[in-house]
Ligand binder design. Structure first.
Ligand code: PLP
Length: 441
């Protein structure tokens, strides 16, 4: 890297990446959703001595202890849904949801490639086959035209992800689902308390789910909540959560399909913390929305930078503040913009998600054992394609044009937000220098 030519540290306003002063010379406060209420709740549980009360058999404690149940009832009230079922992660919740909708091995489930890996692995756990449809560039959610083009006679469900905090267009998705008789599971890990037509994102699907992992808006360390209005799905998820095979006989369940259980149970301390966290969720989301509005009004006139789009009848929970770059207009690659912003002190940026279909597991189709199971099994009717190019939009976003600011990493004050905007403006007013820098590298 030849820096000398652009070494202008004596000149005010030079970019930090070229030796100038950083726009932001402070560390932002780390985001922390926990307070004294959670501490008290946790101590309260410790004092009872009951850290879990689940029993993996048909027993009055099959549904868990008092805090688990209280938390579930609180989630039902909050999300205005018939059933909330807690899990020790959303990953395990999604596995249970896919099992509950009753798939056969070899069935296909359409899912976004632009998400966290668990959205798709949940499908593989039941020896069903993930099929990746492309996304659109306005909300970065599934592109329903691509979804429809990927529907085959073997497609049974769609896992839609409300990525970065923007709800999927549920009306359009449900219309498609009805047309082809498909089930919808909504991975709403990043959009708790976002609204779609005055209903909570995640609650309009057959089954929806939220994560309580410590990276998310609210957390219990690890944990997850699944929501559904369907009695049968709720009960199946509770069974899969808690050793279904040992319970079905004495419970009198006759349908044994996918009644292969796990221990996916949430603890009493986590549930007690969750009860307190849930009360604070609206405020945490509202603060992210205020920060996002400030960012958008500060960044909206920058060349080749598109601030987030919010579709009509939707609200955004801003787990990530998503930016789209027009590289042709900028004349600089996204990597150099990223490096320049990072050098100015804007930490917490991401360049999008690795497309799931490009993970080694899908590329080589090696999951269970050496022989390509389940893709090579007889029950797999179709050779699903995971080649580079199957999701061109998602691939290009990851390679070139997406930039996101992670909103649940730091707790920005209003002044901090202005500093971030200042850093962006500084980089944008020196694009010529950056372009020279990139050519000289
Ligand atoms: C965090 C996340 C998950 C997984 O949640 P865990 O509770 O960590 O298992 C799944 N999907 C998406 C989109 C996520 O962001």
């Amino acid at each position: 890297m030849s820096k000398c030519k652009f070494d202008r540290q004596d000149k005010e306003g030079a970019l930090a990446i070229l030796g100038g002063e950083r726009a932001i010379d402070k560390l932002f406060m780390v985001y922390n959703s926990l307070g004294k209420e959670e501490k008290q709740a946790a101590i309260g549980v410790l004092e009872t001595g009951v850290l879990s009360q689940f029993i993996g058999g048909w027993h009055e404690h099959f549904y868990g202890g008092p805090k688990v149940r209280e938390f579930e009832r609180a989630c039902e009230t909050y999300f205005d849904i018939k059933h909330a079922v807690t899990f020790n992660s959303l990953t395990s919740g999604l596995i249970s949801a896919v099992g509950a909708i009753g798939l056969e091995p070899g069935d296909e489930v359409i899912v976004s490639p632009w998400t966290m890996c668990a959205s798709a692995t949940a499908i593989l756990h039941w020896n069903a086959i993930p099929v990746f449809a492309d996304i659109e560039t306005e909300t970065f959610n599934l592109d329903l035209k691509s979804v429809e083009a990927n529907i085959s006679p073997y497609t049974k469900a769609i896992i839609a992800v409300d990525i970065f905090g923007h709800p999927v267009d549920m009306d359009a998705l449900m219309t498609l689902a009805e047309k082809y008789n498909l089930k919808i599971i909504s991975d709403t890990a990043q959009a708790p308390s976002a609204f779609y037509k005055e209903q909570y994102a995640g609650t309009l699907a057959d089954i929806g789910g939220y994560s309580l992992n410590y990276h998310k808006h609210i957390h219990t360390g690890e944990g997850g909540i699944m929501v559904t209005n369907d009695d049968e799905y709720a009960e199946k998820m509770r069974l899969i959560r808690n050793h279904a095979e040992a319970v079905v006989g004495s419970k009198g369940e006759t349908d044994l399909v996918n009644m292969v259980g796990y221990n996916f149970r949430l603890g009493e301390i986590e549930s007690a913390i969750g009860i307190e966290q849930l009360k604070k969720l609206p405020d945490f989301v509202m603060r992210r929305q205020i920060i996002a509005e400030q960012l958008s009004s500060g960044l909206k006139n920058l060349l080749g930078l598109r601030t987030p789009i919010i579709k009509p009848n939707c609200t955004h929970a801003y787990y990530v503040y998503p930016i789209l770059l027009n590289i042709d207009l900028l004349g600089v690659s996204r990597q150099v913009i990223f490096d320049a912003l990072d050098a100015e002190g804007v930490s917490g940026l991401i360049q999008g998600y690795v497309n799931l279909h490009l993970l080694p597991m899908y590329q080589r189709k090696i999951a269970y054992g050496k022989k390509g199971f389940p893709w090579t099994a007889e029950f797999c009717k179709r050779n699903v394609n995971y080649d580079l190019g199957v999701c061109p939009v998602a691939e290009q976003l990851h390679r070139e044009t997406f930039l996101g600011y992670q909103m649940c990493l730091y707790e920005l004050t209003d002044d901090d937000v202005q500093l971030v905007i200042y850093a962006f403006k500084k980089v944008w007013s020196n694009l010529g220098d950056l372009s020279e820098y990139e050519k000289g590298r």
